[in-house]
Design a protein around this ligand. Sequence first.
Ligand SMILES: [Zn+2]
Length: 357
Amino acid sequence: MVGFVKAAMTAEKDRFVSMVSAKAKVDLALGDFHPRSELVTPDRTPTRPRFPVIDYHNHLDSMEPDAVLRVMDECGVERVVNITMQVGQSAIEILERFRGASRRRFATIAWMDWAGIGRGDFIRLSLDSLERMVERGACGIKFWKDLGLTVRDGSGDLLRVDDERLAPLFDKAAELRIPVMFHTADPSAFFRPIDSANERFEELAAHPEWSFHGARFGKDELLAQRDRVFARHPRTTFVCAHMAESPEDLEYVARLLDANPNVHVDIGARTAELGRQPYTARRFFLRFADRILFGTDLLPDAGMYRLHFRFLETADEYFEYPSHASRQGRWNIYGLNLPDDVLMKVYRTNALKLLPE
Ligand SMILES: [Zn+2]
């Protein structure tokens, strides 16, 4: 009898063990796997934001101002900052196209021009062109990730982000009372090997040229160089695009903001990162409400903007982030359910402090 019970229990246990330790090898291409969530949860996507929105990070060079204005009116976007990726005369033409359409609804951030870097008078020329852009109405200048990764000086050496020769440009920005935007490095996954452990594998496999694995300066080093610039120029206001390019590590961003009162961050193209850690992200937003700027870095479109409103305003769960279709990572996000005072600062008031009257 005892032996019989024992045998039955062993059989039962075995069945359980085999159930919970089942392994499967399936033959389905990753790119063909499109699981649909079976969760039944409400979708409270707002049609319009709770407060008027300023999109501080966008690229409109190829867009017609009227088409952008239609989208903005449709979903409560008060102003869009165009970070032009053009330089010289074409940058001025783009700036004027948007200024002509509406001075109140558009602003332009200039783009650092490295073309003459081999020349002895490169810094003087850069200072002149920055002055010219600001005279025409530019409200900032952007240094992109090419600085530190690909830009080389006249002698062919990779230019460091904290190269002292660039210092006059940051001092000039302070004098002109415009912020300097930095996009340094990229998502952490872009600095890791493109292999089965890489959380952005699909995207990097499709665009291997986006990988900086093995670059001369690793990500930590690039961010350290950038952060030295912030400390070296306390009178200059800086905007760190893409959550200081470290949304994967908000503790680090918190230390950065604590150490440098002259630094702001924008959330452009980083809802995927923030929304997969909603508790940590929400605490961060409450703590640094005065330093975070709303930005999208995506083509203006009502659906895209509303998805951002859903992320910031609601407590909705497990929904696809903007640009999910390009497979940045196989996860969904959660809303931050931000309180009104925080929302208003992030949507609008923080940006107003950085824009001309
Ligand atoms: Zn951008």
